[in-house]
Design a protein around this ligand. Structure first.
Ligand SMILES: [Zn+2]
Length: 487
């Protein structure tokens, strides 16, 4: 009989893509040294330092939120603290956060060999959850740095923001001249994206097949033209106007170009981020058929699944790509239920009130893009998914197993012997109403305000340490920076 650091009794463990756990029986989970050592009924544990009776609550693997933006609008150190608390509150035990040079974040350009140590330094000792970096090669120098980013910092996933070179981050509100902070001799355009892909593919041959490239797919020229049209149309306001200014075919076109470039460059691992519309998913599925040698993954956000242009409480819901009309939301759910979406993320980007809104609080084009939502990812997907027939085992795949495998998080993604004891207890019958004031995030508002949740995160464990329980974040920040291996 073994000892354990932690014994969780009577937990109904949900396993990724294991339909036998869609209505799971209660079992025990034993944890030692931060790792799950056994899962089963009535585990014979001689002595446990801590015992917690889960009393029949569901146990999900800790959420791997594969798309966040720590430090985009406020100091990275402060953001790491407050936004990782919001992660803990929502059952997110690993956050993969996108980082780049240029305006926002650290507000500087330069080489990643100088930039990344500063990023890691500002995050160190402040995160309540484990975390890793995706990096965006913005310059020719960054492409040349890819091998050293893999070796020195364990970064194996990269990003392209397809519209930045022509449209900035916020459209009209962007100070585009110095937005990218790249050398005057360079352009952030399709040719650059091709060479990013060639750089990653070159590194894949040398270091291993685990490297992947994520793309934010929107087309600058379409958005610039439609923004001009929409601004002259007095019948369109708020989020409805913003969605019309960045129409779904702008996503479809960018997906098509990105996929052809992946085919041309032989880069096999492509992640199509935050697909927001029926046209975007249709384009992504068409490209998967056209280029079967490319291993595509398709991502959606909880924001695009829970909110539309009418429910998001005004322009606090401004985000790229935009929240859409209801038919697009329903299309995303259909594709999710059909197994055509690989993971669900928050795209968490804390944007405080004073940053979010322009001088005219109702001018959507003057507002900043992005909002937080890690707190609502798992409860929102469990609750809303249940109403729509999404099996629990599929939720575990979409929020943990699938992103863990794609992004090289070997010890994470399920509750099983040998895996990190990242565990979220969920009450699937608890009803509560989203209030921004109840969130651990520094963001004062939320597009989910008033949403009626039908599932609640009650306890969260990170490598066996209880980081959330009794309605609040627990203990000191124990989150680790995760170096990843491309092999
Ligand atoms: Zn994002």
């Amino acid at each position: 009989m073994a000892d354990a650091d932690l014994l969780i009794k009577n937990a109904r463990v949900v396993r990724p893509d294991d339909p036998s756990t869609d209505d799971p029986a209660a079992v025990d989970i034993a944890v030692s040294g931060g790792v799950v050592t056994a899962v089963g009924p009535n585990l014979p544990v001689a002595r446990a330092d801590r015992v917690l009776d889960a009393d029949g609550l569901l146990a999900f693997p800790g959420v791997i939120d594969a798309h966040q933006h720590w430090g985009i609008y406020q100091d990275l150190a402060a953001d790491t603290d407050s936004e990782s608390r919001a992660c803990a509150q929502g059952g997110v035990t690993t956050a993969l956060t996108y980082m780049r040079t240029g305006r926002y974040y650290l507000n500087r350009g330069g080489a990643y060999r100088d930039f990344v140590p500063e990023v890691l330094d500002r995050m160190a000792g402040r995160a309540f959850v484990d975390h890793a970096l995706h990096l965006a090669p913005m310059t020719t120098e960054h492409i040349a740095e890819i091998p050293s980013l893999i070796k020195e910092f364990g970064v194996i996933s990269f990003k392209i923001f397809m519209f930045y070179g022509g449209h900035g981050l916020h459209g009209r509100s962007a100070d585009q001249a110095d937005f990218l902070m790249i050398p005057a001799t360079e352009r952030y355009d399709l040719a650059h994206f091709e060479f990013v892909m060639r750089g990653i593919q070159h590194a894949r041959k040398r270091f291993g097949p685990g490297l992947s490239l994520s793309l934010h797919c929107e087309t600058a020229e379409i958005m610039a033209a439609y923004t001009a049209l929409v601004e002259q149309d007095p019948t369109l306001t708020g989020l409805r106007a913003y969605s019309a200014s960045r129409p779904p075919h702008s996503e479809g076109l960018a997906i098509t170009m990105a996929s052809y470039l992946a085919h041309e460059t032989g880069l096999a691992n492509i992640n199509l981020l935050h697909l927001s519309s029926a046209k975007a998913v249709a384009a992504a599925l068409t490209m998967a058929k056209a280029f079967p040698q490319v291993d595509f993954r398709r991502e959606v956000t909880i924001g695009h699944l829970l909110a539309d242009v009418d429910t998001a409480h005004g322009i606090g819901g401004k985000v790229n790509p935009p929240l859409r009309e209801r038919p697009d939301v329903e299309a995303l759910w259909r594709h999710l239920l059909a197994g055509e979406i690989d993971w669900v993320v928050s795209d968490h980007a804390c944007c405080r009130d004073e940053q979010k809104f322009g001088p005219d609080r109702d001018d959507v084009f003057a507002a900043k893009s992005g909002f937080g939502g890690a707190e609502y990812l798992l409860p929102g997907l469990v609750g809303e998914g249940r109403k729509r027939g999404l099996p629990l085992s599929r939720v575990a795949a979409l929020t943990a197993w699938n992103p863990a495998r794609r992004y090289g998080l070997r010890g994470k993604g399920t509750i099983a012997a040998g895996f990190d004891a990242d565990i979220v207890l969920v009450d699937p019958d608890a009803r509560w109403t989203v209030r921004a004031t109840d969130s651990e995030s520094a963001q004062e508002y939320t597009p989910f305000e008033g949403f009626e949740m039908t599932a609640r995160v009650t306890d969260v464990f990170l490598r066996g340490h209880r980081i959330f329980g009794d309605g609040r974040v627990q203990g000191d920040p124990r989150g680790r920076y995760l170096r990843r291996d491309p092999a």
